[in-house]
Design a protein around this ligand. Structure first.
Ligand SMILES: CC(C)(COP(=O)(O)OP(=O)(O)OC[C@H]1O[C@@H](n2cnc3c(N)ncnc32)[C@H](O)[C@@H]1OP(=O)(O)O)[C@@H](O)C(=O)NCCC(=O)NCCS
Length: 397
């Protein structure tokens, strides 16, 4: 009889349920995303990123007083230790911002007074420091690599608005700050995606939260995960350069698919219909396009999207639709965010979900007791038979 595992191996754990979670839920068939029971559309409409981060971490919406204290704690935790900034000044200026962010997370750990305290309260404090400092790190590295002075935080701005201010050195108008706040809400969590699973797997060994988050940053950097938003922009710039009129977009898309290349920002491992976050970002891309004179990007993207859908359909792949990354890159670019800061922006938001999952994993909030992840692999090596190699000394080889 065939072992049940044979049917699921080598396909990246697709369809395998590895744990219970109360943090978020995706209905991939119907395009529904929920954080702690709340629909993403409602959160995007009514909530703010700090409130959503509180919801993810604590499991319920805060009262007015709870939200106020949470926001005050975020503001108080913003400052980055000076040795982290000194380390940044010594780095090659062309270092990838995701590599710098991944390197910065363990450095931040060294400055955390709660590092060795694994109680729930200490983990919540660590989470607040991480949510506050990851944006500060991304902004600081961007300023340092460009040889620009660091921008001190402005506590009168929202969490989202302050990041744009510290990154770009210009105060965003309230609508832009709110649009960016919504982007942060949309990227906060997404169940057992690759980076979240990496975080949970690492802390299942009882490693600390920073070790888990560093793994999450590493996983997010990949082109198939958080790196896709920047790849969509590269694709858009390529289309802008190579295509003379919108009518030629179809040929461009077809030749790319025929060459076995992916249309970035399309397709999803879980959604079999349009990603609900993409719907919100699409509307935002049009609105910002009109405001910034970049409506042409929106039109090109919608054309790439429709041409791709019809190409996929011809090939019987009717469930490849736009995902969160398809329109987010254009939205960020219209806000002035450089292309290689787009994936770090994903991390600024997702760190809230990572920390919520890390706490859930550490305290077995959704299961009986904590369990170390330890899957199996089938040994298919066949060198001298499966295990018959006779060791020969170096001289004899
Ligand atoms: C996200 C992604 C990895 C999920 O896909 P998946 O469920 O693992 O499925 P696969 O990558 O195995 O794709 C299944 C088939 O659809 C095709 N496909 C999937 N997404 C595609 C895309 N964006 N462009 C072209 N073809 C695509 C694959 O080439 C594959 O074809 P095949 O069966 O002929 O080999 C995939 O859709 C992708 O690479 N998208 C582009 C990157 C991206 O936007 N990532 C961000 C995700 S939020």
């Amino acid at each position: 009889m065939v072992d049940a595992s044979v049917r699921v191996k080598n396909i990246g754990l697709r369809g395998v349920t590895v744990a219970d979670t109360k943090v978020s839920y995706i209905d991939g068939e119907n395009g529904i995303l929920i954080y702690r029971g709340f629909r993403i559309e409602d959160l995007a409409k009514w909530s703010t990123f700090p409130e959503t981060a509180y919801l993810l971490l604590m499991g319920s919406l805060p009262t007015h007083g709870q939200l106020q204290s949470f926001e005050e704690e975020l503001i108080a935790a913003r400052e980055i230790p000076s040795f982290v900034l000194d380390a940044f000044r010594a780095l090659p200026k062309d270092a990838d911002p995701m590599d710098v962010l991944q390197a910065a997370v363990p450095l931040l750990a060294l400055a955390d007074p709660d590092l060795r305290d694994d109680s729930r309260a200490a983990n919540v404090r660590k989470a607040i420091r991480l949510i506050a400092r990851v944006p500060a790190v991304v902004a600081a590295w961007h300023r340092i690599r460009r040889g620009n002075a660091l921008v001190p935080p402005d506590n009168s701005l929202s969490h989202a608005g302050n990041f744009l201010w510290q990154l770009l050195g210009e105060k965003p108008d309230p609508e832009t700050a709110r649009d960016f706040d919504v982007c942060l809400i949309l990227h906060g969590d997404h169940t057992f995606n690759a980076s979240t699973f990496a975080c949970r797997e690492v802390v299942s060994t009882q490693a600390h939260m920073y070790a888990g988050v560093a793994a999450g940053v590493g996983a997010l950097a990949g082109a198939l995960h958080g790196g896709a938003n920047a790849r969509v922009m590269e694709m858009l710039f390529q289309v802008e350069k190579e295509v003379k009129s919108e009518e030629e977009v179809g040929d461009w898309v077809r030749s790319r698919i025929e060459a076995g290349k992916k249309i970035m920002g399309m397709g999803h491992a879980v959604y079999k219909t349009v990603d609900p976050r993409s719907v919100i970002l699409k509307e935002m891309s049009l609105r910002l396009g009109r405001k910034t004179g970049r409506e042409n990007w929106y039109h090109l993207l919608t054309r790439i999207e429709s041409e791709s859908l019809s190409e996929f359909e011809k090939r019987g792949k009717t469930n490849i639709k736009s995902n969160v990354d398809f329109y987010s890159g254009s939205v960020y670019a219209m806000m002035g965010i450089p292309v290689d800061i787009m994936t770090p922006v994903f991390a600024i938001s997702r760190v809230s979900g990572w920390c919520a999952h890390i706490i859930e994993e550490k305290f077995a909030d959704a299961q009986g007791k904590p369990a170390l992840y330890r899957p199996q692999a089938e040994y298919v090596g066949d060198y001298c038979g499966a295990m018959g190699c006779e060791y020969q000394s170096l001289e004899a080889r």
